[in-house]
Unconditional design. Structure first.
Length: 110
């Protein structure tokens, strides 16, 4: 609930289908970003902690880009900003590691 200047409370209603669609789009972007960032990390030859730091940096950049795109009215599109950062974090990490190790092996090992 949100308080107005007069002290009354406004009830904020969300469209479940719109929120689900927005979450699905962000998850698609996160998966795509993980594949691209993993490919870049593998080609660049990042290994160990530097590779994981590259993933965290790319997640942060994607989060900032989504917030910038939604603007100051982000509450119209998402329930919380934290969920944008943490949803499907581990699934995208698995995708990142898959592409990272595959391309690292193809470019630097073989």
């Amino acid at each position: 609930m949100q308080r107005t200047r007069s002290g009354a409370t406004d009830i904020i209603a969300y469209s479940e289908s719109a929120i689900r669609n927005n979450t699905s789009v962000v998850e698609y972007c996160r998966t795509s970003m993980a594949a691209i960032a993993g490919s870049a990390a593998g080609i660049l030859g990042l290994s160990g902690l530097m590779g994981f730091l590259f993933y965290f940096l790319s997640v942060l950049v994607l989060w900032l880009l989504v917030l910038k795109k939604s603007g100051t009215q982000w509450r119209k599109y998402f329930i919380s900003r934290q969920s944008l950062l943490t949803n499907s974090f581990m699934g995208a990490l698995c995708t990142y590691v898959l592409f990272w190790t595959f391309l690292y092996g193809m470019v630097h090992v073989y």
